[in-house]
Every structure is written in C-alpha cells, then in structure tokens.
Ligand binder design. Sequence first.
Ligand code: PEP
Ligand code: MG
Length: 842
Amino acid sequence: MLGFTRIRRVAPIAVNTHGGRAKCLQRLIRLDLPVPETVALSFDAVHRLAEGQAFDKKALLRVFGDAPLLSVRPSSEDPDWGGPGAILNIGMNDARHAELTESHGAEAADALYLRFVQAFAVHVERLDPELFEFDASVPVHEALKSALEAHEDETGDPFPQDPAHQLGQVLRSMARAWEGTTARLLRQAKGAPADAGLGLIVQSMALGLGPGESGAGVVQLVDEQTGAPVIKGRYLRQAQGRAALGKGACGVLYLSKDERGESLEEAQPDLFAKLVEMTRLCRVRLREEMQVEFTISEGKLFVLDAVRVPRSSRAALRIAVQLAEDGIIPREEAILRVPARSLTELLHQQVDPTDSRDVLAKGIAASPGGAVGRIVFNSTDAQTYEARGEPCIMVRRETTPEDIRGMHSSVGILTERGGVTSHAAVIARGIGMPCVVGASIRINSRERTLTLEDGRKLEEGDVITLDGSAGEALLGAVRLLPPVKDHWYVTLMDWADAIRDIGVRANADTPSDAAVARNFKAQGIGLCRTEHMFFEGDRLTVMREMIFAAKHEDRAEAIARLLPMQRSDFIELFCIMEGLPVCIRLFDPPLHEFLPSDREGAKELAEALDLPLSDVTRRIEWLSEFNPMLGMRGVRLGITFPEIYEMQARAIFEATIEASKHGAPVVPEIMIPLVSAKREVELVKTQIDGVAAAVRNETGAEFTYRLGVMVETPRAALRAGDIAQNAAFLSFGTNDLTQMAYGLSRDDAGRFMNAYVQQGVFPEDPFHTLDFEGVGELLKIGAERGRKVRPELTVAVCGEHGGNPESIAFCRAAGFDYVSCSPFRVPVARLAAAQLVAADAK
Ligand code: PEP
Ligand code: MG
C-alpha cells in the first residue's frame, strides 16, 4: 500500500526522498510557524502512483479531519527542475459549494468552485483549455455554470463530487505529468538526473476568502534584482494562491507603506508586523532569503510555503555577503553560494555612453553588456575566428542548439528574430554574453551579408559593437567601459582571496590588458605574448621587415628599430603592475600571421620595404610553410636568429632598470616558447645571460630575473626533468599542448568538432575544457618530473583553460602554483579557486 507522511517536527522527511518543498515545510513547522496540516508523498510513492498502483485515498483524506479543501503541490529535489503546477480547492463539490455560499457568500463560493473545475478539467482530465476560459466580464456565477456544463458535455459525466476520487485523480495526474517525456527532457536540460523523483505535498487550505481580513499574498525581505533589503510582495484580499497575485490582478495591496497605493502595513499593522517577523525568522533559521507564501483567513495568519527568493546574479552575491556579514552563514558558505561563472555576467563591460554611436540596428535587449567583434554568420566561422584570437559577434536569423558551440566562441549574439525568451536570449544570458534579438536587419547567410533598414550592407569580418543593455548594434569599435564593482563584490572577493591557495594571474599583452588585470586583482601577468604587441600599424611593418630580412644586416636594422618599442612597452607594463611578477614570453609568431595574405597586402609591404613586388612575392613564397603552427615558431626562431631574442632580452633588462628607478623593484620573468629539447633552453639561456651581463656592464645597474620554459609540446612535458635543470618555472601552454597531444589543428578543428562532440567522440571540445585524462596526464607528468629535479620549481598553466573552474580544480590538485587566464576571467578564477578551499573545509 502506498505510504504518505504527515509533516511533523520529527517526521522522517529528506530532500532526496520527499523533495525540497517537503523539507522546507518541515523546517517551517519546526519554527512553530502556523502551517496548515500537511502531508508528503515520497518520490517512491509518487512513482508507484504514476505506474497505477492503488492507494487508500480515504485514509489520506482522514488526516485532514472534517472535510476541508486541499491543495496539491510538487516537491522535487531541486526547485529548478520544475514540476506540475499546483492544484487548489480539491474537495469542492455541489454540497461544499452550498455550505460555503452560506458561510462566505455566493461570490466567494463560486470563485472557489470555478477555480477547481477549471484546473481539474484542464490539467487532470486534459480537456480543451479554451472551453474553460472566461472573459473577466462574465459574472463568476455564470462562468461556473458554463464550466460545469462544458465538463459534462465533454466527458458525458457530471463533475466528480467525491473528494477522495478528486484527490486520487489529481495526485495520479501530477505523478504522470512528471514521468512524461517532455517534462523529463526539460528537467534533464536543467541538470536533473534521468531518474529524478517527484514528491507531492497535500495541504489543508486556509481560505483567503470570507468575513474579516482575508486574502493571500507573498512576502520577501530583499529585492530580487539588486539584493538590497526591502520588504517586498503583494497581498490580495479575498483571494487564494500565488496565481491570483499575478501581474494585472486588480485590488492588489502593497505590503509595506507605499505612495502608490494601499498597503497591508497600514490596513493591518499587527498582521503585517507578525508576517515580517516570521519572514525574518525564516531568513535566520533557514539561512537563506525566503519568499513566504501566506494566507490571512478571517484575521488569522497562515504560512503555506516558502521558497528561495529567485534572484539575479548581482542579488545572489549581495545576499550571500549580507547573510555572512549578519553572522547567519560563515564566509566560506557565502563564497560557495555564488556561482563563479556568474561573475562574468556581473562584471560585464558596458558600452561607453559618451563615445559616439552610429546605430545600425535596434532590437530587444536580451542580455546585458557590451562587446566589440567582427561579424560572422555561422558557428564554424565563429570557432575559426576564436581560434585566431579574433573576437567575433555571431549574427543569425535565430539560433538553434546547433549554434551553441559558435555562441561560446563569440563575444556577442545578434539575431533577426526572437524575443527575450528565444533560444539566443536564454543561452546568451546563461553564458553572460551580450545579446540583441529581434533586430531590424535582414540576413543573407549564403552571401554572408546583412542589410540594415536604411539599405546599408555589412559583410563578414566587419567590426561592430553590440550593446546588449540598450538592445542596439553599433558601427565599428565603440569604447567599452569596465564594469562597476560594488562593496558586495569587493567584500566577497576579499574573502575569497584570503582563503585561496592557488595564484591567479592574467594573460595580458598590452598596457590596457594589464590595467584590466590589475583592476581585477590579478597577482601578476602570467603570459605576455610579445608578438601581439606588433599586430598593428607601423609596428607590423617593422615586424614584417624583420621576418622578411634575408640578410643579417637587414635583420639587424629592423631589430634595432624594434628595440625601443619593446623597451617602452615593457616599462609601461612593469609600471602598471607595480612590482607584481610579469612573465614575458619571447617572440612566438606563427609566421603566416605576419605575412600579407593577398596581393594588396604584398603591394603595401613592397612599398614599405622599397622592394619590387616580385621580390616580396618570392620571399612570401619562400617563407610560407605547409604547417605554420608546427613550423618556424617559438624557440625555433630564437635559435635560428639569435639576435631576435637578444634584442628582446635587452629591452626587458633596460626596462627593468628604468621601471625599478621609479617604483617597486622589478624581477622580470622571461619565458621561452615551444620548447621540446633541453638543448634549446641551454642555448637561449646562454644568450640571455650574456645580454644580462652586457647590460649590467654598460649601466652599472644590478637586477635579477627568472628564466622559465613554456611547456607546449608533449616532449617538453615528458622531458620536464631535463628542461627544469635550466628553468626557474614551467608554464603549461595548454592550447598548443592540446593541439599537439591530440594532433588537432587549433585553427581547423572547428570544422569537425561539432560532429565529434555530438557523436560522443570527445565529451567536450578539448580546447574549451581541459582533457584531464590525456593532456591532464601530461601536465601531471611534467610537474612531477620537473619538481623532482628542482623542488622549488614554479609550475603554472597559461593556456585558455586557466580560467575554467574545472581546470583550476585539476591544477590545484596537481600542486600548481598559479593559473593565468584572460583578464576578464580573473575574478571567476579567483572565486573558483577559493571555492575549492571552502568546499574542502566543509
Ligand atoms: C598555449 O599554447 O597554450 C599558449 C598560451 O600560447 P599561444 O596560445 O600563444 O600559442
Ligand atoms: Mg602556444
């Protein structure tokens, strides 16, 4: 026989057997709050109910005594997994209707009966909802009559009168709704396991109708958007259930005094005070901001239910910190309560309102923040741009799940169709990425163009700015402002930093990156890709001259022009970082990134170099590589043309001396890229030590530096013991290491990655999520072998994975000293790292 449990102080109720709502109701009862009689059906009972097992409905009804009305509500393990909607007023029939007409008046009795007939017909008997919808102008009495008639017409039977039968039907239909395929898929999409159970709650209804003060309402003590303390909620007289309070309901009272209208506080100060006190008690004892659902029945207050206040990421952070500041939860708990990834949303860049804006298109502001990127029209292109390190904005008619990979590779999403709950909008908010939907554009995906209302046309690769907060797409790169950081954010991050035991640095190539990194409290720069300092303008030309030089003298001349540029770059970086470590990677330019890709570019270069076009074309051909990512990159360039790294070392040392004069002493870190053999490190070390000696001699200044190696080839990881003999630190470049461990091209994998992930070949794109089993093993081997030879060796990761919470957990467990990630991911990494410590302490 199917069991049920009266919820009492000591009843055996657990979240994993009866669901969160049942457990919460038990807590409310333990707080002596006036909760009406409540019975819980376990997951197991509900499952058996769905399978058709009989149960003693009369016995269940007897618990509630003398024929009250009942409600049934779902109780799943996690409220986010959803569940069937509540059904109220079970037990209404003609006889009860007559009694209530006597005691509460005809209108109240009609409303109660109508509500139940509607819910029963539509949700239990699955009749056409349209037959049971009535215009507000139809008097309740007539609506009830029509509903009862419609029921009889459709089913051939009068409306069921037996409360036990009604209850049995309601319970069984809710149990079956949970087992349906659509419901299962929906909750699995929210992370529920395939066998997630549903509990059901049967509760005696306190009538919010009748003589004296009667009504229903909800109350909470914080604002769900900002997390600020405020008594918020609604109360409707002569009403029942949350649904009655929905938007547009007339006659709704405010809770606390409000200029806009009548409030419960003024109308019933004692009841109001009691209600607020109960909600405060919930906050303290349930250690959470709760939204309390209540009913006032003839002047008496009842608490029907309480749920976590739904909240924005910003509110979640403030609530967690405030609870800890009030001593209700420990700081570690507050740290754990804020999902690390939600900080990205919180710390969005915003489009600078003072910068000029040429509005290309307007749409719905679906996800906040600003982003600048190049237009792409499909997922594959988005991934290609991302692999090249070029931010892109994906423009689609609308998005589908197939686009998710591309969305992850983009910095913003713009769609022609859709509303605030469209796929693009929901996913973008989830990722915390700016998104504008339903924009005034026409897309031609085949031609890869988009046409604006005024007839202008944009193409793939054109730069636009997306203002997800204003719902606008703007021409070109509009200035972006760093996000605002408030007291709550700063406090939480201070607490996080205080317990964190793995360092977090930023990958920063330019002074502006470094400034963002400082702003986000990175503990230094973990990777400065020096070749990125030469992507623009005149500098690119000098860089190309150096790469193009066939003769030593020509190269020496280009290098001499690069030296002062590099020196001033480094001085600026050192000054911004004020003595924090700065790890400078020597040139690692995949040559193709610096060669002109078309005739026009070749012509420009010929002009700049004052060479005939044919010479330039021939040289481009000569320099072209079949596989540039595995070609003359990194240390191979440094060994072949030692003067390049010598110039960089000189620039670093001269900048060190200069920056140390004005501020904290600088100890630069110099990192050699793409190493695969011990001898490469020995050769470069000898060169650099030589430059250091020369600069010391020339200037008479003293300085120290740390030389380290970037582990990006599987061989370097395996031979880390050899390599560490000449290295103060090893930093794992997991982008190249993933590329080489799998033999996957970083630039081309996008073409088949979708198919691979969809078919389960890879659980995830290994360029996004560190492959713990394979690449991860190389990391562990490298760290272990390196440290065996040199116990004080600093070990770090600086590939894209460095900002990913799961990878941070992996690196911490493997004993790494720090992770380094892009500046905007630094706060996420700081919090994620602290959460590991907080979780350990639990
Ligand atoms: C890496 O390979 O992981 C890395 C950080 O270097 P890059 O991305 O510049 O190749
Ligand atoms: Mg690399």
